[in-house]
Design a protein around this ligand. Structure first.
Ligand SMILES: NC(=O)c1ccc[n+]([C@@H]2O[C@H](COP(=O)([O-])OP(=O)(O)OC[C@H]3O[C@@H](n4cnc5c(N)ncnc54)[C@H](O)[C@@H]3O)[C@@H](O)[C@H]2O)c1
Length: 429
């Protein structure tokens, strides 16, 4: 199929490479010319293992992936997948300005198209958005009836950063929310060889499936952090408890890693948006509010442990290892490391940070007086305390920390081995 993908971020780029690798012809459209120019040269604007090699191959050798900022190119395709960002407003509600902009532009271009065209929402959008915002906007700007000349479907993305392409190509399930059956059938056509169970439903239910999934994952993490905080007081290792409960097939083993909490571009923003939307509809989602409160408290807890160990943090040298919200990505959006560094700086600590991939993103948001270490041994040399906030493999060597005070926010180290070599503290174990 000929597919246009709107938005060349983590999701759009992965989706483009994923569908190109399935033999589709893909045009990726982004308003950011720098990103478009990078992609044209086969360079990935985001870091993900293996993404750039594939990108270069499709752009330069196979020629089935191109990038542009020109929306007119949609006319060369049968389907447009919207993958633009949906960030938070300051009150936590979803900011739909990128969605509105892209839908208006698509609508204008589709006013000139004679054949049927499908618009598919892959961005995470709050339930009701397609029905109450996207369809009216598309009809207004195209002058056509949605469900007839233009089809619409919601096909939420579930890829995981850190293994984006792998999880894109092997999804656990495919959700197809269809406004018209023809649109649903076309999404089915490009999805069925992923070999995943397929749930076909209406557009609003499909939007909700994405939020319910992320809310559940966030809840699992805050649940195990709460267990960790209780276990720590009782002298019990929460990781052994997690292993013990994980064999219950109703619980499972994933997302039970106690630590400094969840971050990233999805879980915090999506839980906040669901809370804001629930309140707007007259429901106070107490569980979700607690999930966020527990998460925010974990980041503060790591600073409190540092203060307990070092006393006043004024002029104390502290090294923060890991800035990305999880390993194997350069994404620092809502990463716990960012508020932790800010809290430490406010308390007068002298901060050195290290991350194998996220430094250039971090430089744009961290205070100017933070130092950046190139290598781990240099970064921790002379430091009064080391905080581990992302479990990159290169931090997992207990030998690195001989004689140091270490606060592990991710269970990156084996506590027993670490305690033999250094003054080791787990955040909740
Ligand atoms: N990152 C993830 O792991 C992930 C996973 C599943 C779903 N999602 C959802 O997918 C969506 C995209 O997330 P992301 O992480 O790729 O975001 P991102 O910020 O990395 O990328 C968004 C891209 O959209 C472009 N853009 C913005 N407005 C545009 C417009 N009007 N026209 C064309 N391009 C435009 C931006 O320039 C940017 O390149 C969000 O709704 C997010 O919640 C993200």
């Amino acid at each position: 199929m000929r597919i246009s993908i709107i938005g060349a971020g983590y999701v759009g780029l992965t989706t483009a490479i994923g569908f190109a690798s399935k033999g589709h012809r893909v045009i990726i459209i982004d308003t950011d010319n720098d990103k478009v120019n990078l992609i044209r040269r086969g360079k990935s604007p985001v870091w993900e293992e293996g993404l750039e090699v594939k990108l270069l191959d499709f752009v330069s050798n196979q020629g089935n992936l191109e990038a542009t900022s020109d929306y007119q190119k949609i006319l060369d395709t049968e389907m447009s997948l919207i993958c633009v960002g949906t960030p938070s407003n300051s009150d936590g509600s979803i900011n739909l300005s990128n969605i509105e902009d892209s839908v208006k532009k698509i609508g204008k271009v589709l006013s000139k198209k004679t054949d049927y065209h499908v618009v598919v929402m892959r961005s995470t959008i709050i339930p009701g958005t397609t029905k109450h915002l996207i369809i009216p906007l598309l009809e207004e700007h195209s002058g056509k009836k949605v469900g007839e000349a233009i089809g619409i479907a919601v096909n939420p993305e579930f890829m995981q950063e850190g293994k984006a392409l792998q999880t894109f190509l092997k999804p656990d399930r495919v959700i197809i929310g269809e406004y018209d059956q023809r649109a649903g059938n076309m999404v089915l056509e490009i999805s069925q060889d992923f070999g995943a169970p397929i749930v076909r439903t209406d557009v609003t239910t499909a939007e909700m499936v994405k939020y319910a999934s992320n809310a559940f994952l966030a809840t699992k993490i805050s649940f195990i952090n709460e267990m960790g905080n209780i276990c720590q007081r009782l002298g019990i290792d929460v990781y052994t408890v997690a292993r013990g409960i994980s064999y219950d097939y109703r619980i499972g083993e994933r997302f039970l890693n106690a630590g400094v909490g969840f971050g990233g571009s999805c879980l915090p923003k999506d839980v906040r948006a669901l809370i804001a939307s629930s309140k707007k509809h007259g429901y106070q989602p107490q569980l979700l509010e607690s999930v966020l409160a527990i998460n925010e408290a974990q980041a503060k807890k790591i600073v409190e442990i540092a203060e307990r160990k070092l006393g006043s943090l004024l002029n104390k040298k502290i090294t923060v290892l890991g800035l990305a919200f999880k390993p194997n990505t350069d994404d620092i959006r809502n990463a716990p490391a960012i508020p932790v560094v800010n809290m430490l700086v406010e308390k007068g600590a002298l901060i050195t940070v290290h991350d194998p991939k996220a430094i250039s993103n971090a430089r744009q948001v961290l205070p100017e007086n933070v130092s950046f270490g190139n290598r781990v041994p240099e970064a921790i040399n002379g430091s009064d305390c080391v905080l581990i906030l992302t479990e990159w493999d290169e931090y997992r060597d207990e030998g690195l920390y001989q004689g140091k005070t270490v606060i592990d926010g991710r269970r990156a180290l084996d506590p027993q081995k670490a305690r033999e070599l250094c003054d080791y503290h787990g955040i909740c174990w």
